[in-house]
Write a protein that binds this ligand. Structure first.
Ligand SMILES: NC(=O)c1ccc[n+]([C@@H]2O[C@H](COP(=O)([O-])OP(=O)(O)OC[C@H]3O[C@@H](n4cnc5c(N)ncnc54)[C@H](O)[C@@H]3O)[C@@H](O)[C@H]2O)c1
Length: 448
């Protein structure tokens, strides 16, 4: 291959989210696809450097035939030696890579990564974008929102991602393996369906869809095409909730008796859904994982105070035949409370999402009842007030865990922890809850 005698890398560095460098070779090299190179350090991940440079580093057998934006390469040495001193940079510059074979580079290896597009860059989408961009398993290839100001505001942090306001471009881009959808609930089905029909794996925000028919359609479409459909039931990826589920499944707390969850604060009032559809999926996904089945029936009451007819305060009761669950949901409460109490026959667990140091506590307290023929009710009741234990928790960001899991499901065919079936169970509960609200708190059977 013809190549100039010296490769020069022109670079720019940013502080903050996109810690890296866009690179192009000068003066003689053709511009390859735009590249992002994290500040190099041994063992660090780098997205593509310059194809022509990497062609010299890679063994011919592992060289990809086409270099794309999503081609990633792991550098197992420091390619530029001392050119980038450690620390944070603001400025750009030029450095010489030397003449092939290069002085410093040790070896490079092409890594399969899942190329992801994020659609919807309002409140939540940027969190997905950040995690897809920083995960070693995924690469953020595209950012899309109907609103140009959202695209430019978020896109500025991801120079390697292509930006657009046209969802068709995302669906038609063959370099996109998966689409993450963080748009209003009413749009989930149409966007997810188009993505699946275009052969993309889908991560969709909670709730999965606006109706159970839409949810079933997405599940069937994903199954037919062998694609992953994962719902962002984010709490299932949190270390604290994982611990609560582990404790409850271990049998340590005895039989599950009740679950009581409070999720109230001054919430972001949504345009297309009520407070139940907005907030309850969080609690319902935790409860679904704890109980492991759909409830028999639900009762929901609620009121609209400020949200123009949309229920903004609600109480939802779920009958799981032997386990009773209640969720308080409120967009208007001036105080933020995020408590979930799981009551067992032996012990109880409290999950307080706002307690940074001890979010999970196990209470060895309860009520003992024995038959007593001498007492008025024929029962002897005694109260136990034992130790309170706060278990040690792992430390990781739930969304980063979810992104890794999504990539694993795509690459290894793992079953999603929060797949379409769980998403459907939750949508069915929400539909039943809406019917109960409309009938003034009537008990409504939940479809299974
Ligand atoms: N997992 C969580 O903890 C969590 C937290 C908040 C929101 N969410 C979910 O994320 C989704 C979005 O919520 P949000 O609060 O970010 O809403 P938002 O209104 O702040 O943002 C939605 C964005 O989608 C864009 N959009 C709308 N229709 C579109 C379309 N057809 N194509 C492309 N872009 C479109 C809008 O322009 C907007 O920028 C909802 O499903 C919500 O339930 C999840």
């Amino acid at each position: 291959m013809d190549h100039p005698s010296v490769y020069r890398l022109t670079y720019e560095l940013w502080e903050g989210g996109a810690r890296g460098v866009t690179a192009s070779l000068s003066p003689d090299m053709p511009e390859g696809p735009r590249v992002l190179l994290p500040i190099p350090a041994k063992g660090q991940w780098a997205s593509m450097l310059i194809p022509t440079v990497l062609d010299h580093l890679l063994d011919p057998a592992s060289r990809p035939s086409v270099w794309t934006h999503s081609t990633r390469v792991r550098l197992t040495g420091c390619i530029i030696g001392t050119a980038f001193p450690p620390g944070r940079f603001r400025s750009g510059g030029t450095t010489e890579l030397g003449t092939p074979p290069f002085r410093n580079p040790l070896s490079a290896q092409v890594i399969p990564m899942v190329s992801v597009a994020v659609i919807g860059l309002g409140y939540w989408g940027p969190n997905l974008a950040r995690n897809f961009a920083t995960s070693p398993r995924t690469t953020l290839t595209r950012l899309c929102d109907l609103a140009p100001d959202r695209v430019s505001a978020v896109g500025i942090g991801y120079p390697a991602a292509m930006l657009s306001t046209d969802t068709d471009e995302v669906m038609e881009d063959p370099s996109v393996d998966a689409v993450a959808i963080a748009t209003p609930v009413s749009t989930h089905h149409s966007l997810a369906k188009r993505a699946l029909l275009a052969g993309k794996h889908v991560l969709v925000e909670k709730p999965l869809a606006a109706t159970s028919e839409e949810a079933v359609d997405l599940i069937e479409t994903a199954e037919d095409r062998g694609l992953v459909l994962l719902v962002d039931h984010i709490f299932l990826y949190s270390p604290a909730v994982r611990k609560v589920i582990e404790i409850c499944r271990s049998g340590d707390i005895g039989e599950l008796n009740f679950i009581d969850s409070v999720r109230i604060n001054l919430g972001l009032i949504q345009g297309d859904v009520n407070v139940l559809w907005d907030l309850a999926p969080h609690d319902l996904s935790i409860i679904d994982s704890l109980v492991g089945r759909a409830p028999r029936s639900v009762v929901a009451v609620g009121e609209s105070h400020v949200a123009n007819g949309t229920v903004d305060v609600s109480y939802l009761h779920l009958d799981y035949e032997g386990v009773t669950a209640a969720i308080h949901l409120n967009w208007l409460a001036p105080v933020k409370i995020r408590h979930l109490m799981v009551g067992g026959s032996k012990k109880s667990v409290l999950y307080n999402d706002l307690d940074r140091s001890e979010p999970v506590k196990i209470y060895d307290s309860g009520v003992n009842v024995v038959a007593d023929s001498l007492s008025r009710q024929g029962l002897l009741v005694s109260y136990r007030s034992g130790d309170v234990l706060s278990p040690r928790l792992d430390s990781f960001e739930p969304l980063s865990e979810l992104v890794t899991h999504f990539a694993e499901c795509i690459e290894n065919g793992a079953t999603p922890l929060s797949g379409g079936e769980q998403g459907l169970r939750i949508v069915r509960i929400l539909e039943a809850a809406d019917r109960s609200l409309a009938q003034g708190g009537a008990r409504i059977a939940v479809m299974t």
